[in-house]
Design a protein around this ligand. Structure first.
Ligand SMILES: O=P(O)(O)OC[C@H]1O[C@H](OP(=O)(O)OP(=O)(O)O)[C@H](O)[C@@H]1O
Ligand SMILES: O=c1cc[nH]c(=O)[nH]1
Ligand SMILES: [Mg+2]
Length: 224
């Protein structure tokens, strides 16, 4: 089963996804390895989305030798991938290997960490830049962000997408999620399907996922 359908989220169960995520988690993985790991994980998640969430159809084709029946993925070209700056950038690079025809959106959304978490466990989110392609009713939109912690960022970005269009399928894809964050996004944006590689134990008092993998943006971009 490429994707497990659970109450809290859809889970990418591919062994190579778990293997790659374990490398990403390790504090011994340096910047280049971390960035390459996110690219690899994005590619695996993309293939798993195709295998586990998209339909195929039979088509007539002609090889150099004969007429025959082939199978193609329906809607493979009707995909929009939204890159949540900045940690999603290498993750999206990998997804694009699976969806080379995808149109892309970019949203800059960040937690105001100086404000701290409110009593409901959410951060204020500043959305500074939104550029989305035209989204049609038949499209699958994948909002990609490796970390879903409190879920505040993901909920804000999904709202931006839904303010512009109602795609056939809206997917929130992360590598690591916290249980509270998944619950928050499910309640805030019920029309979105949540997909993740791992659901970790908890958030710490600063809103970081434990055990998690640390600050994905800092690790991928070499900042502190
Ligand atoms: O679920 P939340 O509590 O909202 O946290 C998750 C967000 O935090 C990280 O981004 P960050 O704000 O660190 O920006 P960066 O990618 O530039 O590092 C991550 O990439 C998510 O966007
Ligand atoms: O654990 C976390 C939480 C938010 N952002 C990250 O990069 N990591
Ligand atoms: Mg960060």
């Amino acid at each position: 089963m490429p994707i497990e359908d659970r109450d809290d989220a859809y889970i990418v169960t591919h062994a190579l996804a778990k293997h790659t995520l374990s490398d990403l988690r390790s504090d011994g993985t340096e910047q280049v390895g971390f960035r390459n790991g996110l690219v690899k994980l994005g590619r695996i998640c993309g293939y798993e989305i195709i295998d586990g969430m998209m339909e195929t159809e039979y088509v007539s084709i002609t090889t150099p030798l004969a007429d025959t029946t082939g199978e193609r993925v329906k809607g493979l070209d009707d995909v929009v991938i939204v890159n949540v700056l900045r940690a999603a950038t290498p993750f999206v690079e990998g997804l694009l290997k699976a969806f080379p025809q995808a149109r892309q959106g970019v949203v800059s959304a960040g937690r105001d960490e100086s404000a701290g978490m409110d009593e409901d466990g959410n951060f204020p989110i500043s959305v500074d830049y939104v550029k989305l392609p035209d989204i049609s009713e038949g499209d699958t939109v994948i909002v990609a962000d490796p970390m879903l912690a409190t879920g505040s960022t993901m909920a804000a970005v999904l709202d931006e997408v839904l303010a512009e269009a109602t795609p056939e399928r809206l997917l929130a894809l992360s590598a690591v999620s916290a249980p509270d964050g998944l619950l928050h996004v499910r309640e805030a944006v019920p029309s979105a399907d949540l997909l993740t590689v791992a659901v970790d134990e908890r958030l710490d008092e600063d809103g970081y996922i434990v055990p998690g993998l640390g600050d994905a943006g800092d690790r991928a971009f070499g900042t502190k």
